[in-house]
Design a protein around this ligand. Structure first.
Ligand code: NAD
Length: 725
């Protein structure tokens, strides 16, 4: 760099460095060959050289660490490297990396020269641990700036000193919350909790050179902070009085016990990582950071890293990255989006769109429905203001971007239109015909249908190539999976625009081929149908749901849920509709209409299985009535058989989906089921679970014996014993 800069010796592959006036070493992290900065043996040893150079150079007075990549400060440890170690069962290199990180971060922390992290973009895992080792952190308000220690979601714990430094910085309760949930914190929240020392509004430079980045406001603020720290001896600020309260060993024990209780309530004993992390935090508080990191945190990290659960979770994480990478990178051509139908799904989709900055035209048939939808969107966004994620002014802008209308012609400027109208084929086709006459000739039509095929809906379309499926799951804000449905007539452009939009909404856009129920609902239907059949046999709601919850269903959402609770959430009318339309796949998907209709009285709301967390007496009466009319003799049945009856048909259907080329790879099934149905992530996905617990031949045999006892719906498909899954 020119003008007043002294060039430090050597070139680095993953860092760009320059010494600025006043002896500020600006270090720009720019991991070569990846879109994000990662910490692995290579980048860490380079960072070590930078740190040592700064320490030894008489010219350098302070260091400011920035990222050259826009929207990513540092994503943490290199998970591909870690997964490779897990697959090879060889952890020496990982252990060496951990030791290097601990000694290096300790060196930074103890350095007499101040280190300031200027954070813009995601600062996660090891990235946050690196920032925590610095003497101050300044955050930019870039929309992608966030902080988090998501390691427990990968079955491990923060292993670069995070369990030791975070509680010392923000106090025990807040640190335990962040560490055990892996939740993300945004700059405003970070400032309030003392995680960052400053927050600065800044516009990222479009040409990402160190010289340009240096001029950004938040980097200037970090440089000023570094200069200020140079003029006074570095001391960690004392813990605030409210936080010091938690330093007492007795209080610490109580807080850790409470945190354990919260974890077990949320994820039971399925996941050891959050409990190990609490242990590491609690035990480390009485030691120095380095001692705690090396003697308490490191051994627990290595044990967890070697576990099957962590290997499954890291595998699923990398599958998600692959799903996102597979999306063709298209320019953000879509800025204005039409949403047809402002019901349960339409209003949530519109809320997500405005949150990400899109202009939304929301169309429904009456102003009352629209007013209710706007109320729901406003309520969801207000929660974010309350949680200090956004400012009241952000809320106003978000609401201003949604234009409710009853006139279909108002979608004429939208480049993509999402259809979320009532699940009736004639209504969907009518809406598509309206789209074709009113929308721009280039616009894309994306249907959110859950039970019709894209081919059914587009059967009368003049331009079917513009039609694609964009199947969001409920609740839209929480469910990360979106099935992007491709029919043979769907154009590559329509597919790319729909996938690109889902990706920009922060979802995983999994491309699936058209077919009844697509991938997720088709497999899920076997599970739901079997639960309804069990109800018809007189098995208690409690027992059915407990078997599924003990297996881990929906535990990752923090609300374990069995199939009957799930049916209540979906709503019986929708569920019955989906199950009835999937009957085209064959008699194995029996919707048990007669039983479900008992729970759908005319002119009154559907009866749910559960009411106020108890078996609903109305549902029990309806089932008893059905039972009298349809007596069935199944005899005593074990929980093991109930579990097999719920999950093995899903495996059978998944293999059929692979055979029908709904998706090509079994990892796609595993990924979709985990993120779309609540199949427990710690089992590594449906097919992975089946492969690991029995041989392929055994799955087919178990299904054959179920078929002999309970009916032909369990007949295994030929592909099950043949492999290829
Ligand atoms: P909903 O009944 O809550 O909303 C449908 C809305 O469409 C209603 O407000 C209705 O007034 C409106 N509508 C009807 N005809 C219209 C027209 N011609 N133009 C504009 N609006 C019209 O239904 P929902 O649960 O939001 O489902 C919508 C779609 O999403 C369905 O295709 C459904 O299968 C799918 N889906 C639902 C879920 C779920 O959990 N409910 C999940 C995934 C997908």
């Amino acid at each position: 760099m020119s003008n007043g800069h002294t060039d430090p010796p050597g070139e680095f592959k993953n860092f760009k460095i320059a010494v600025l006036d006043g002896g500020i070493l600006l270090a720009g992290f720019d991991y070569s060959g990846k879109p994000v900065n990662v910490l692995n043996v290579e980048s860490m040893s380079e960072w070590q050289k930078v740190v040592r150079y700064a320490e030894q150079s008489p010219t350098v007075k302070a260091v400011v660490l920035v990222s050259v990549k826009e929207g990513n400060f540092c994503a943490g440890a290199d998970l591909e490297q870690m997964h490779e170690a897990q697959k090879q069962r060889s952890f020496q290199e990982m252990e060496q990396l951990v030791i290097t990180a601990h000694t290096l971060f300790d060196e930074i922390e103890r350095s007499l020269k101040p280190f300031v992290a200027a954070v813009e973009g995601a600062c996660l895992g090891g990235g946050l641990e690196l920032a925590l080792a610095c003497h101050a952190r300044i955050a930019s308000t870039h929309p992608r700036t966030c902080f988090g220690l998501p390691e427990v979601k990968l079955g491990i714990l923060p292993g670069f000193g995070g369990t030791q430094r975070l509680p010392r910085l923000i106090g025990l309760p807040a640190a335990l919350d962040m560490i055990t949930t892996g939740r993300t914190v945004f700059p405003r929240q970070g400032l309030r909790m003392g995680l960052v020392e400053g927050m600065v509004t800044s516009i990222p430079s479009s040409i990402r050179t160190l010289e340009n980045i240096q001029k950004e406001t938040f980097v200037q603020a970090a440089i000023a902070q570094a200069r200020a720290l140079c003029s006074a001896p570095i001391r960690r600020p004392p813990l605030r009085a409210s936080l010091r309260f938690f330093s007492s060993p007795v209080i610490r024990t109580l807080v850790c016990r409470y945190a354990r209780h919260q974890v077990i309530k949320r994820v039971r004993h399925f996941y050891p990582a959050p409990l190990c992390a609490i242990d590491a935090v609690g035990r480390g508080m009485g030691l120095s950071v380095l001692e705690g990191s090396l003697t308490v945190e490191k051994p627990r990290l290595l044990d967890l890293m070697a576990s099957q659960i962590s290997s499954h979770l890291v595998g699923l994480f990398l599958a998600g990255e692959k799903v996102k990478r597979n999306v063709a990178s298209v320019p953000a051509a879509v800025t204005r989006i039409g949403v047809l139908g402002a019901g349960l799904m339409g209003s949530q989709i519109a809320g997500q769109l405005t949150e990400k900055g899109y202009e939304v035209v929301l169309r429904d048939v009456s102003s009352d429905i629209l007013a209710n939808a706007i109320g729901r969107i406003h309520k969801a966004q207000t929660t974010q203001v309350r949680k200090k994620v956004i400012l009241p002014s952000d809320l106003r802008y978000r609401m201003m971007r949604v234009s409710p209308t009853t006139h279909v012609k108002d979608i004429n400027l939208a480049s993509l239109v999402i259809e979320a109208v009532s699940e009736k084929l004639d209504v969907k086709r009518a809406v598509l015909a309206e789209f074709e006459s009113e929308a721009h000739t280039d616009a894309i039509f994306a249907t959110n249908t859950s039970s019709y095929t894209l081919a059914d809906i587009a059967a009368r379309a003049v331009h079917p190539e513009r039609c694609v499926g964009l199947h969001f799951f409920n609740p839209v804000a929480k469910m990360q999976l979106v099935e992007v449905v491709r029919a043979p007539f769907t154009s590559d452009r329509a597919l790319a625009q729909a996938s690109g939009l889902a990706k920009r909404l922060g979802k995983f856009p999994l491309v699936v081929n058209d077919g009844p129920g697509f991938l997720v609902n088709r497999i899920l239907s076997r599970y739901l149908v079997e639960a309804v059949i069990m109800v018809g046999e007189g098995i208690s709601f409690q027992r059915i749901d407990t078997v599924a919850k003990n297996f881990g269903m929906a535990v990752d959402s923090g609300h374990p849920m069995g199939p009957l609770e799930l049916l209540d959430l979906i709503g019986l009318p929708v569920a019955l509709h989906v199950l009835t339309s999937l009957a085209v796949l064959g008699s194995r998907i029996e919707s048990r209409d007669a039983l479900l209709r008992q729970l759908l009285p005319e002119n009154s709301p559907p009866v749910t299985f559960w009411k106020s967390e108890k078996e609903n007496p109305e549902a029990l009466n309806a089932v008893a009535y059905y039972h009298r009319a349809n007596p069935s003799e199944t005899g005593p049945i074990s929980d093991d058989i109930l579990r097999q009856r719920l999950f093995l048909p899903m495996v059978d259907e998944a293999v059929r989906c692979l055979h029908d080329k709904i998706v090509e790879h079994s990892w796609e099934v595993d990924f979709a089921l985990t993120y779309g149905t609540g199949f427990p992530a710690f089992r590594g996905g449906l097919l992975n679970w089946a492969r690991q617990t029995m041989t392929k031949g055994q799955v087919a045999q178990e299904l054959e014996s179920l078929a002999a006892k309970y009916g032909k719906r369990f007949d295994p498909c030929p592909g099950l014993s043949q492999g290829g899954w």
